[in-house]
Design a protein around this ligand. Structure first.
Ligand code: KIV
Ligand code: ZN
Length: 387
C-alpha cells in the first residue's frame, strides 16, 4: 500500500473520537454531511463510528459507507468477536472497509482495566486480528495507552498483530501523557526493533491532556509513522485529539520535513465552522489555523510591520486554509498606520497632521470600546469634519 515513503495518510476520527464528547452527538444525516466534506478535504480514512455501541452508531456506519466512495471507511471495535461481527455487518456497503480493533497495552490497563496478564492480552490481540481478517483485508490494530506501555512489550504486541494480519498499527497516546521526545523515541524503537514493521503502516493517535497532541504527532511522523489520526478543531475525549488542520499545516509550512499529505487545505476553514456549528462546540478565537483571531493583527507594532510586508507577521496565508482574509483589528492598542489603512479603505486620504488629529479622537473612542468598526470610523470622521 505504501508507495511514496514521504506520503502521510490522514485518518479522521471527528465522527468517532470527536463525537464521543458529551453534547457533540450528531444525527446520521449530519454525519453524512460532515463525511462528504471530509471526502472533499481529501482525508484518506474516515472513522465512521463504533457500531456495537448503539443502534444509531451502527446505522451511521452503514449510511456513511453508502454515501462516501473515495476514503476508506473504518469502524471501531474492542478485541472481541461480538464487536467485530457488528463492525463487519455495518461495513457491508463500504467500498474500502477497514476494521479498527485493539486492546490495552500498558500494565496499568492490563492490570486495572482488564484484570489480566500480558500473555493473555497478547493472545486476545492476535485472536481479534485473525478473526477480523477473515472478513476484511484492511485491519488496523490499536495498542491502547501505548504512551504509557513498556516499549519492549509494545514491540512484542506490534510484531504479533502484524504477523496476524494487521496492515496498520496504531500507537495511541490515549491519555496525552508523553513528551514529544518520549513519543518520538517510542515510534523509533518500534521502527528499529519490530522485524516485520515494514509490512504495516505506523499510525499516531494522540490526545491533548497536556497540550502536546500536535507536537507528539509530529514527533511520531519524524520518527517513521506515516498515518496521523485526529479530528477537525481538535475535538475529542477530555482535552481533545490532535487537530488535523494543525498537523497538515505544519507539514506544509515546514517543507524541510519532506512529508506531505493529500489534503486540500483551502477547505479547512469552512469545515471547521461546519463541525463547530453541528456539534455545538465553539472554536476558541485563538485556535491555531481556524480560530477567528488566527489571522487578526491588533497591536500597533504588529500592524505596522504587517502593513509594510505581511510576511513580517504571517507564516501561513489565510487563503491557503480558506480563511476569508487577514484582518487589521482597530483597538486602543492600534497605531496610526492601521488607522490610516482603514480610513483609506473607506475613502479618506488624510495628511500627516489630519491623521494625527483623527488618531487622538480615535484613541478616546477606542478606550471606551472593545474594537472599532467601520461605522465608528465613519461617525468619527463626520464629527472631525464638523469640528
Ligand atoms: O485514544 C485511544 O486510545 C483511542 C483508541 C480507541 C484508538 O481512541
Ligand atoms: Zn482516542
Amino acid at each position: 500500500m505504501l508507495h511514496d515513503p514521504n506520503r502521510v495518510y490522514v485518518f479522521d476520527t471527528t465522527l468517532r473520537d470527536g463525537e464521543q464528547v458529551p453534547g457533540c452527538q450528531l444525527t446520521t444525516p449530519e454525519k453524512i454531511e460532515i463525511a462528504k466534506e471530509l471526502e472533499a478535504l481529501g482525508v484518506d480514512v474516515i472513522e465512521a463510528g463504533f457500531p456495537i455501541s448503539s443502534p444509531g452508531d451502527f446505522q451511521s456506519v452503514v449510511e456513511l459507507s453508502k454515501a462516501v466512495s473515495e476514503p476508506i471507511i473504518c469502524a471501531l471495535t474492542r478485541a472481541n468477536k461480538g464487536d467485530i461481527d457488528s463492525a463487519v455487518a455495518a461495513l457491508k456497503y463500504a467500498k474500502r472497509p477497514r476494521i479498527h480493533t485493539g486492546i490495552g497495552s500498558s500494565d496499568m490497563h492490563i492490570k486495572h482495566k482488564f484484570n489480566s496478564t500480558r500473555e493473555d492480552i497478547l493472545a486476545r490481540a492476535v485472536e481479534a486480528v485473525k478473526y477480523a481478517k477473515q472478513f476484511v483485508e484492511d485491519i488496523e490494530f490499536y495498542a491502547e495507552d501505548a504512551g504509557r506501555a513498556d516499549v519492549h512489550f509494545l514491540a512484542q504486541m506490534v510484531e504479533a498483530v502484524i504477523a496476524a494480519g494487521a496492515t496498520v498499527v496504531n500507537i495511541p497516546d490515549t491519555n496525552g501523557y508523553c513528551l514529544p521526545d518520549q513519543y518520538g523515541s517510542k515510534i523509533k524503537f518500534l521502527k528499529e526493533n519490530v522485524k516485520n514493521i515494514d509490512q504495516a503502516i505506523i499510525s499516531v493517535h494522540c490526545h491533548n491532556d497536556l497540550g502536546l497532541a500536535t507536537a507528539n504527532s509530529i514527533a511520531g511522523l519524524q520518527n517513521g509513522a506515516r498515518q496521523i489520526e485526529g479530528t477537525i478543531n481538535g475535538i475529542g475525549e477530555r482535552a481533545g485529539n490532535t487537530s488535523i488542520e494543525e498537523v497538515v499545516m505544519i507539514l506544509k509550512t515546514h517543507q524541510a520535513l519532506g512529508l506531505h499529505t493529500n489534503i486540500n487545505t483551502k477547505n479547512f476553514y469552512e469545515l471547521s465552522r461546519m463541525v463547530s456549528s453541528q456539534m455545538r462546540m465553539p472554536v476558541q478565537p485563538n485556535k491555531a489555523i481556524v480560530g477567528s483571531n488566527a489571522f487578526a493583527h491588533s497591536s500597533g507594532i504588529h500592524q505596522d510591520g504587517f502593513l509594510k510586508n505581511r510576511e513580517n507577521y504571517e507564516i501561513i496565508r489565510p487563503e491557503d486554509v480558506g480563511f476569508p482574509d487577514a484582518s487589521i483589528v482597530l483597538t486602543a492598542r492600534s497605531g496610526r498606520h492601521a488607522l490610516k489603512f482603514h480610513l483609506e479603505r473607506l475613502g479618506f486620504n488624510l495628511s500627516k497632521e489630519e491623521l494625527g488629529e483623527v488618531y487622538h479622537r480615535f484613541l478616546t473612542v477606542a478606550d471606551s470600546k472593545l474594537d472599532i468598526n467601520d461605522q465608528d470610523l465613519l461617525s468619527m470622521m463626520a464629527k472631525q469634519q464638523l469640528a
